[in-house]
Design a protein around this ligand. Structure first.
Ligand code: TXA
Ligand code: MG
Length: 313
């Protein structure tokens, strides 16, 4: 059910949950003033309780109400990239953000989304937690229609059209006296060089399964359609399966192409990624090959990571 900005504000102020658009993906929003609504978000998504939620804010004016300390370069990063697809994880005053939203951690991730309607909502409601608006484990939602596919047509959605970026925010965590990328996202790691003076390291998942990653979400299955995905650098000439690939490349004639756009345009591929993964299921495709023959740099790193997660058992 499509709702207006005014409806979204009054529903959220009344302790209810609505879906809001952002420039990355749609989010399921609840006010940090309503821990019960936050708890219901976990139920609705089928999300593990130990996976914390990002706190979305309308401006940095009140950040000192929540932050315990502001790590070096926090202000410079916020100035350079907010509003935008960057989440900054920092230590917080624990009584300022409900423990359920933080999954009990002493930190929280913050971001200001670059979407005018949602910023208008945030400026009226105050901070909102907003995980991606999809059933846990499934591809994220990049349109109001995707949200309705997962939560039903009766669910309240503020329709902001298709999300511009199409993949989630990049998450930087302050740890061990440096910023580390703990989730790849719409901003490539090199983007931070000018502000930080270094390219932040990407935290790799430890082989030691008992070690906790800095980003708990990295432990879970993500972004997966029902269709089985076979990742390959080379599509064989006799292949007759559905292919997730690129419009400007030649694939065997019998293959049906689900196009991520032009192979030289990672922004376009990111924009269409989740819609394409969702369309495989809409078209009852049981199995598809994914053309992974693309560069190992910039935004392509995020696409590679999302596709690897989507293909994992
Ligand atoms: O682009 C985005 O970030 C979208 C839109 C709606 O803003 N939101 C989003 O939320 O992707 P979600 O819940 O799908 O993913 C949040 C990720 C999870 O992997 C979670 O573990 C991590 O952020 N996270 C949240 N709080 C954290 C914290 N305090 N420390 C480390 N990781 C945290
Ligand atoms: Mg998510």
């Amino acid at each position: 059910m499509k709702i207006s900005v005014e409806d979204a504000i009054s529903l959220l102020k009344g302790g209810l949950i609505v879906a809001l658009p952002t420039e990355t993906v749609y989010g399921l929003a609840a006010s940090i003033l309503f821990p019960k609504a936050i708890s219901k978000i976990f139920d609705l998504k089928g999300r593990p309780q130990d996976n914390p939620l990002i706190v979305h804010i309308g401006s940095t004016d009140d950040i000192s109400l929540y932050a315990k300390t502001l790590p070096p370069s926090f202000n410079a990063l916020a100035e350079a990239f907010w509003p935008g697809p960057l989440t900054l994880v920092i230590p917080v005053k624990e009584d300022s953000i409900p423990a359920i939203a933080r999954a009990g951690l002493p930190t929280a991730g913050f971001r200001i989304p670059d979407q005018d309607q949602t910023r208008e909502v945030l400026n009226a409601t105050g901070p909102l937690v907003m995980p991606s608006a999809n059933i846990s484990g499934k591809p994220s939602a990049t349109s109001a229609q995707h949200v309705e596919e997962d939560f039903g047509t009766g669910f309240s959605v503020l329709d902001g059209g298709e999300c511009d970026k199409g993949v989630e925010s990049t998450i930087l965590c302050w740890d061990n006296s440096q910023w580390t990328v703990v989730r790849l996202g719409a901003l490539a790691p090199d983007a931070f060089m000018t502000v930080l003076g270094y390219v932040p390291k990407i935290q790799e998942l430890s082989k030691d399964k008992t070690a906790r990653p800095l980003c708990p979400g990295q432990l879970y299955r993500h972004y997966s359609p029902k269709a089985k995905l076979i990742l390959t650098e080379k599509i064989e000439a006799d292949c007759n399966m559905a292919i997730v690939g690129f419009a400007d490349k030649n694939y065997p004639k019998k293959c049906r192409l689900f196009s991520l756009g032009n192979s030289h345009n990672p922004e376009e591929a990111a924009h269409s990624l989740y819609a394409i993964l969702r369309s495989l299921d809409m078209e009852n495709i049981a199995c598809a090959c994914v053309d992974m023959n693309f560069p190992n740099e910039g935004l392509w790193l995020t696409l590679r990571e999302r596709l690897q997660k989507a293909a994992a058992d």
